[in-house]
Structure formats: C-alpha cells, structure tokens
Design a binder for this molecule. Structure first.
Ligand SMILES: Nc1ncnc2c1ncn2[C@@H]1O[C@H](COP(=O)(O)OP(=O)(O)OP(=O)(O)O)[C@@H](O)[C@H]1O
Ligand SMILES: [Mg+2]
Length: 227
C-alpha cells in the first residue's frame, strides 16, 4: 500500500482538444491538507474532476486511493467514489428533501440498510458540522453558510479517506470562510486527507497546508506565497 493518497506522473488534461494542464506531476500524502490555487480558468476544477473520474487524464499515470485511474471501469469508479467525499461550490444538495434525508440518500446508495445505524451516523455527522438542530430543514430554508456545512456533512457521512472540495468558501464572508476551513482541518486531523481548490488567499496565508498552483498549464508546488 502506498503512503500517497494521490500520485500523478506526466499527466495532461484536455477539454475539447484544448490542453488545460500539461505534463504535470502531483503527489499528496495520506493525511495531508492541500490547497490548489490559481487564476480563474487555470484548471483547478478540471483537475479536481479528474480525481473522481468525472473527467479523464489524457496522458501519464494517475492513482487515487490505490485505484489506478488509467483504464478504470465503471464499477471501479463507483467503488473509488465510495471512498471520497466531494464538496461542490454550488452545494448540489437535493432540494426536494431535508438535510437528514440528503445524508440518508448517500448512506443508502453505498449499501447501508439498518435505519438505527443510519440515524445514529447522521446525528453524529450533523453534530460535527454544528447542524444538529437543522436535520429537518429543506436546503432552501438554510443560509449559504449552513448549506455549505450541510454539503460538508454529506461529504463526510461515509468517513471518506479523501475529501475533494471545490471552492468550499466561495460564497461565504471571511469569518464563515475561516469556520469552514477550521471544520475541514478538524476532519483532516481525524483522518481524512483534504484537497481544496480556492481563490481565497487570506485563508491560505493564515492556515497551514501544502500549496499547489495552476499556472500556464502547469500544476506546481509553491513554497512561498508572493501575493
Ligand atoms: N465543460 C467545459 N467545456 C469547455 N471548456 C471547459 C469546460 N469546463 C472548463 N472548461 C475550460 O477549461 C479551463 C479550465 O476551467 P476550470 O473550470 O477548471 O478553471 P478553474 O481554475 O476552476 O476556474 P475558476 O477559478 O473560475 O473556478 C477554462 O479555460 C474553461 O473555459
Ligand atoms: Mg473552478
């Protein structure tokens, strides 16, 4: 078993035959907290989408959580995604049901059957994100920050080995943004590796973590943040 949760070598990514990133390497250790930064349109979201096979790498080799993404088939993609927690900028909560039911949907889809166990896991998870009072609320009855925390709850309810978050603070004020990052840090300390795409330089400056930047079609580790 590898010590790296993500290992990418000599990879390129294209959309409609236009290269978004080319010939890059990327490594992330188990338990690491990684930021992906870069200008709008530089490829952050595209890169994250490749990690959960919603987009293909064109060249090179890629491994995520010991799954080889080169030639991965549909059942294996489903298996990989069961080990991931994905947080989207626009939340993607199911709007026709409450937060409890949103989380239950995830557990059912990965094979949980016992309702008592499901309820207990959902209670624990909502407690972790501070939404224990909001289980019965429909997403539109929650504020932006609460919806963001609900989307984090949905991502962590299956105890993922890797959390992939695209702009998790994109819609929040600075104070709420720090709260969300602190929450992700806590989840990271409890064992999940976390990778975040963000524009939020204030957060990166004030929080620890490894930083990679998408720039000029490259993805590079940066040691010192100049901005
Ligand atoms: N579905 C798509 N069809 C065509 N081009 C796309 C598609 N998705 C992304 N692109 C292009 O790929 C490039 C990278 O986009 P991406 O969304 O990964 O950037 P980003 O760094 O996440 O930007 P932002 O900070 O605005 O979220 C952009 O030039 C974008 O226009
Ligand atoms: Mg993006």
């Amino acid at each position: 078993m590898s010590e790296n949760i993500i290992e990418i070598k000599g990879a390129s990514i294209s959309i409609n035959e236009i290269k978004v990133l080319e010939n890059f390497n990327f490594e992330m250790k188990k338990g690491e907290f990684v930021y992906i930064i870069g200008e709008t349109g530089s490829g952050k979201s595209t890169f994250l989408r490749c990690l959960y096979c919603s987009q293909k790498f064109l060249e090179g080799t890629a491994k995520v959580d010991n799954f080889n993404l080169n030639n991965i088939n549909k059942p294996k993609i489903q298996e990989l995604r069961r080990n991931l927690g994905i947080i989207f900028q626009d939340f993607k909560l199911l709007e026709d049901r409450n937060i409890h039911e949103n989380l239950k949907f995830i557990l059912k889809s990965i094979g949980w059957k016992n309702n008592n166990e499901i309820d207990e896991r959902i209670r624990d998870t909502l407690m972790k994100v501070g939404l224990e009072e909001k289980a019965k609320k429909i997403p539109y009855e929650l504020s932006g920050g609460e919806q963001q925390r609900a989307s984090i709850a949905r991502a962590i309810v299956n105890n993922p080995s890797l959390i992939i978050a695209d702009e998790p603070t994109g819609n929040l004020d600075p104070k709420k943004s720090i709260e969300i990052v602190n929450l992700l840090k806590k989840i990271n300390i409890n064992g999940s590796s976390v990778i975040i795409a963000t524009h939020d330089y204030d957060i990166i400056k004030s929080q620890s973590g490894t930083i990679y930047e998408c720039c000029n079609k490259k993805l590079k580790k940066i040691e010192n943040l100049s901005q």
